[in-house]
Design a protein around this ligand. Structure first.
Ligand code: MTE
Length: 325
């Protein structure tokens, strides 16, 4: 099958957004702009006021949580998790993202204005005793939020170290009481071509979907995520709720989830459907298994471009290696 859109394996690895796109003004200005123009509507005015060349990080973000829940951020850091290297600058992380519903470039923030992450709900369904639809507020208050310092490794060889806010996916799954027949969990992103340009123009098999075995989904590391850097998720990071799976290549960490389904069969997943030769269902980080068109032995950090040897399971073997023995 031929696609006329850029795919992740087409991206040059040196791709990097200009550093001066953002400035570092404080939150007070975002609050001011929100008050006057209501969030993203204030971007142009903000740039004029500051005289900077582009919107600041704070002006770019529309929170993925309601005002009511803003008080839940930042959450307490869980000391069990450490990066083992420097934290990625938050602007570097925010200006270099993958969200193919909006753009095939890394500058997703330029194309995401129309996305409306509120109101939001997530349906949890399938092989379980208590299927339910959870509003975002209910999800946020399901259990205590915590912050985790995780390493993130993209299949394209870039990496970042960022603090995510959320709780183990297991906490949500337990609420619906999975049936013993449930062997897999399927995740689905929104299907809103009216808000996401690329869903209208590309021939990808939307909506984006992903899957895990039930054992992977129940593992302590699988993190249902609502925030980043102590604040609600930015739109481009997958507001208002996404998955973070630090031992797997980043494409498994599905953004802006609307549906979670317990199944007895391995679900089809987005990139595996597009190119099964290059993107596997399991997709654990593994330096010994090259991508068909590049090595996975090394990785480079967003921002600093510092390079490191890639670790099996991205260094999280103590938590997850037992799942694959
Ligand atoms: N989820 C959706 N719905 N759409 C996407 O395009 N890209 C994936 C993943 N989740 C993607 C997605 C890829 S390839 C990566 S590396 C991570 O999100 C990137 O997360 P970040 O952009 O917040 O760094």
């Amino acid at each position: 099958m031929h696609y006329f859109v850029r795919r992740p394996w087409d991206l040059p690895q040196h791709l990097h957004t200009e550093k001066n796109v953002f400035d570092d003004r404080g939150r007070h200005r975002r609050d001011f702009l929100k008050a006057v123009y209501g969030g993203m509507g204030g971007i142009a005015l903000g740039s004029l006021l500051s005289g900077c060349e582009g919107p600041s990080l704070d002006e770019l973000q529309v929170a993925g949580a309601s005002e009511v829940n803003a008080s839940l951020f930042p959450a307490t850091r869980n000391a069990d998790f450490e990066y083992g290297r420097d934290e990625t600058d938050r602007r570097e992380a925010a200006q270099f993202t993958n969200f193919y519903e909006f753009s095939g470039s890394k500058s997703v923030y330029k194309y995401i204005d129309s996305f409306q992450p509120l109101p939001w709900s997530v349906e949890v369904t399938g092989l379980c005793a208590k299927p339910q639809k959870f509003d975002l507020d209910d999800l946020l208050k399901l259990t205590d939020l915590e912050e985790r310092a995780y390493r993130h490794r993209c299949v394209e060889t870039w990496a970042m170290t960022v603090p995510w806010t959320g709780y183990p996916l297991r906490s949500l799954l337990e609420k619906v009481e999975p049936n013993p027949k449930a062997k897999f969990v399927r995740f689905e992103t929104f299907n809103r071509p009216q808000e996401a340009t690329r869903m209208r123009s590309s021939s990808f098999p939307w909506p984006y979907n992903e899957g895990l075995t039930i054992a992977e989904a129940m593992n302590e590391l699988a993190f249902l995520t609502f925030g980043i850097y102590g604040e609600p998720l930015l739109k481009q990071h997958g507001a208002p709720v996404r998955l973070v799976l630090p031992w797997k290549y980043g494409f498994k960490s599905i953004k802006s989830i609307v549906k979670i389904e317990l199944t007895d069969e391995q679900p089809a997943t987005f990139w595996n459907t597009v190119n099964p030769h290059e993107y596997k269902f399991e997709a654990n980080v593994d330096p010994a298994v090259p991508h068909p068109r590049w090595s996975q032995e090394r990785e480079w950090m967003l921002g600093t471009k510092e390079r490191f040897d890639t670790q099996p399971y991205n260094g999280y073997g103590d938590w997850v290696a037992k799942l694959y023995s």
